[in-house]
Write a protein of this length. Structure first.
Lengths: 400, 99
């Protein structure tokens, strides 16, 4: 597993920060210059080392690709697996982002408008803004010669990549899939959510108090950035090479509600969760904890909890990590899955940060606060996205 | 612009834009083999040279450059008084990049 995030640049750092109830959210210097932007808070990634990336690779990278490569290197090192050299016909790399680099797009079009045409554009600029920039840059950075795909489903991109990786392994065509997501912070990302009324705007002067998933005073999400990469591998292949697996990826599923671009639907979300359980051949009571998408929007949290209640009932233990992390967009599902695997290892559940007064409408399930010890064998991770798309994975302790 | 100034400008572009150690910037250095400037870098190098020189550069004139000294020569010719009458139209830079 590998991670770059607002809370830590390794799985251990990330989990230690979650245990310590830290937040990566702060008020952003200079964001008050953007006309009409009301959300002035975000959770930037902790500083990371791009100097370790050779210039010939780094030249086409925006931050999302650099973070993705660094996370991939961590994951490959931990898995003790290499992918360079010859063509790897039984390995795949499946890493997505919401769009190409927003920072790159801003720079590209700013220059285009200033110069009245393409004069002055760097040849390397396009390779930052193309949709599969993160996947392609990570592959080149790793020297990976195998199947590369770049799923893009906004906030459930990484979860979808993991689910697709699970499917690819199920086919028997692949032994290993390097899967995850990456996204970079930019004011335009915050603007997207600001425009549709989904961004937190009421805590600009008290940034650590937002976002507030499930809380009565929640007022929207806080954008973040980062990358999460996991090395998925068939059990047979792992055993054959003497690998030490960290957990089992038990299921992966993704669905579109076919209804609405921006309004989550409780019934479709419940169908997703049931599909994830069905693929795992598990009943709902086999899940010990549900890691919710819950970005702290009024409607999104409500619809997700209704769906979770419909599938798991009142006893479901639920929390969101967005109160700590902010919302790292395309990366969130992988980062949250990594945190959940740490929860399995430590038999510890992380409650929702900034959840002080649970919204009575949401008290249909057990909303976790603080850190608690618990017997945890299986966790479902859910993420919901614009486009009506949602994705789910289940991770299990290996002893189960 | 005298040759020393040209050399200085070119070296600034290569060291700042491409992170090349200034100690490697010798007149006989081969752009690809010694400095690692490939076809994609060459496109960006001309853009950065335009910015540095404050005038358009004619990419066609760089088509056959191989050594750092070749770049000095082309720019020196470009910046000579008889070439300063007006901007030279930009042409697409030859490249082996394909979609």
């Amino acid at each position: 597993m590998g991670v770059i995030s607002s809370l830590g640049n390794s799985p251990r750092e990330l989990f230690d920060a979650l245990l310590a109830d830290r937040t990566g959210v702060r008020r952003m210097d200079g964001w008050d210059q953007y006309v009409g932007l009301k959300s002035l808070v975000a959770a930037p990634a902790l500083p990371y080392d791009t100097e370790s990336i050779d210039r010939s690779v780094r030249r086409t990278m925006s931050p999302m690709s650099a973070m993705g490569l660094l996370a991939a290197r961590q994951a490959m090192a931990q898995a003790d697996i290499s992918c360079g050299g010859e063509t790897r016909s039984r390995m795949a790399l499946c890493v997505g982002s919401t769009t190409g680099s927003p920072q790159g797009m801003n720079a590209f079009f700013k220059k285009m408008l200033e110069n009245g045409g393409p004069r002055g554009q760097l040849g390397t600029a396009f390779f930052r803004v193309m949709n599969h920039s993160a996947a392609a840059n990570i592959a080149i950075g790793l020297g990976f010669r195998g199947a590369v795909s770049a799923p893009s489903a906004a906030c459930c991109t990484a979860t979808q990549a993991l689910a697709m990786g699970w499917e690819m392994l199920q086919t028997g065509l692949y032994d290993v899939v390097i899967a995850g997501g990456a996204d970079e912070l930019d004011f335009t990302s915050a603007s997207v959510f600001d425009i549709v009324g989904a961004a937190s705007t009421g805590f600009n002067d008290s940034p650590t108090a937002t976002p507030r998933p499930f809380d009565r005073r929640r007022d929207g999400l806080v954008v973040s950035e980062g990358a999460g990469i996991l090395v998925l591998e068939t059990e047979e292949h792992a055993l054959r090479r003497g690998a030490r697996p960290l957990a089992e990826l038990t299921s992966g599923a993704y669905l579109c509600d076919g209804k609405h671009m921006a309004h989550p639907d409780e019934h479709a979300t419940a169908e997703l969760m049931r599909a994830s359980l069905a693929r795992a051949r598990l009943d709902a009571d086999a899940i010990d904890y549900v890691n919710a998408h819950a970005t702290a929007t009024v409607v999104g949290d409500l619809e997700e909890i209704r769906a979770t209640h419909a599938v798991f009932g009142e006893s479901a233990r639920v929390s969101s990590l967005k109160g700590h992390l902010g919302h790292p967009l395309a990366a969130c599902g992988a980062i949250e899955t990594i945190a959940c695997i740490e929860m399995l290892h430590t038999q510890t559940l992380i409650g929702t940060r900034n959840l002080e007064e649970p919204d009575p409408e949401l008290q249909r399930v057990q909303l976790l606060q603080g850190v608690s010890k618990a017997r945890v064998n299986r966790i479902m991770v859910n993420n919901l996205a614009f486009g009506g798309i949602s994705a789910s994975v289940i991770v299990s302790r290996l002893e189960v | 612009m005298d040759r020393a100034h040209v050399i200085n400008q070119v070296h600034e572009v290569l060291s700042e834009g491409f992170e090349i150690d200034p100690i490697k910037l010798m007149a006989h250095a081969h752009l690809y083999h010694d400095l690692g400037i490939d076809s994609l870098d060459a496109i960006d190098m001309l853009v950065l040279l335009e910015e540095k020189l404050g005038r358009p550069v004619d990419a066609i004139q760089f088509k056959n450059v191989r050594l750092l000294s070749d770049i000095y020569d082309v720019i020196e010719r470009m910046m000579a008084p008889e070439s300063a009458a007006g901007p030279v139209p930009l042409e697409p830079q030859p490249s082996d990049a394909t979609p």
